[in-house]
Design a protein around this ligand. Structure first.
Ligand code: PAF
Length: 310
């Protein structure tokens, strides 16, 4: 199988590194920066953390034509780059190519469906935690499930092949027949934790330790849960507030992905997380004032970066 991981961020490097290390598949990393791709090709991907220390040689490029047609393309770019990445990967896509998204937030599957057709797109979430420490250098910070599925709930040989290869690479994967539920269930967790940690610069655990932050978390999650209910999406847990608080506790020392972005002065995925709740809420007449406020505050932080990187 020829596998292309698109995006050299924390998850992209972790996945590409372990796919190359633990499977016999052909693995490429596609970057949008030729300089960075060259550096990663020369130095490899360095992984440290809970799965040990590894340096993995890998082919990286910024030109999809170097790679040619692929069997599996895994999209790991930030959600706001999905549209651009879709244009860049067109030379990878054959009739039987599967395009898997493991990105955060809501909206990526729709963009990929529009570009490539829903028959090619596999949606998914992964609960592995990773932190980018430098170019091609990543810390594996937490293990968790990876769940994938097709929007129409159908099973296919491609889906099973993707589960097999991810599992071999150390990302034990399962198939869900209701992948929308899985994606929204993760979204609600990110809605409660990410913006609040990014604004307060607190680790995940602190936002449930401080009463004022905990109240905001609860209000944001309640709004999201109302939107989800009205959209008739079934969450994979019964009590959203309890679930989000338990994730914050379990990941207490984590620097959330959005706080990592803010600390790196990088653009965040706010539009695809709290911003998505605001958009969906507006479309169905559910007020979401707390998510609107959190979205605006994160956007103000983004605007305040000196010499922003994005
Ligand atoms: O985005 C993140 O950081 C993670 O999804 C989570 C679960 C909030 C843990 O840090």
């Amino acid at each position: 199988m020829k596998i292309v991981v698109v995006g050299p961020g924390a998850l992209g490097c972790l996945l590409a590194g372990f796919l190359k290390l633990k499977t016999t598949e052909t693995v490429w990393l596609l970057d949008n920066s030729p300089e960075r791709a060259k550096k990663i090709s020369e130095s490899g991907i360095r992984i440290e953390g809970m799965s040990g220390n590894h340096t993995v040689k890998i082919d990286a490029t910024a030109d999809a034509r170097d790679i040619g047609l692929a069997d599996l393309v895994i999209i790991c770019v930030k959600s706001y780059s999905t549209e651009d990445a879709s244009k860049e990967i067109k030379d990878l896509i054959a009739e039987n190519t599967s395009v898997l998204t493991l990105q955060n937030g809501i909206g990526n599957v729709q963009i990929l469906n529009d570009y490539f057709g829903a028959d090619k797109v596999i949606a998914g979430v992964t609960n592995h935690g990773s932190t980018l420490l430098g170019i091609g250098h990543v810390r594996h910070a937490g293990k968790g499930d990876t769940i994938i599925g097709k929007s129409d709930g159908k099973l296919s040989r491609e889906l099973k092949d993707v589960v097999t290869v991810l599992t071999k690479a150390g990302f034990p994967a399962k198939i869900s027949k209701d992948i929308d539920s899985v994606i929204w269930s993760k979204l609600v967790i990110n809605v409660g934790i990410n913006a609040l940690t990014a604004i307060t610069r607190l680790n995940n655990g602190k936002i449930i330790a401080y009463e004022e932050a905990r109240e905001l978390l609860r209000s944001a999650v309640q709004e999201a849960a109302r939107v989800v209910k009205r959209k008739r999406i079934k969450l994979s847990y019964d009590d959203p507030i309890q679930k989000v608080e338990s994730v914050a506790k379990a990941t207490a020392i984590n620097v959330s992905s959005m706080l990592q972005d803010v600390l790196n002065k990088s653009r965040t995925e706010i539009d695809f997380i709290n911003g998505a709740i605001v958009r969906h809420g507006k479309a169905i007449g559910i007020p979401t004032p707390v998510n609107e406020m959190l979205t605006r505050l994160v956007k103000i932080i983004e605007k305040s970066y000196e010499g922003s990187k994005d």
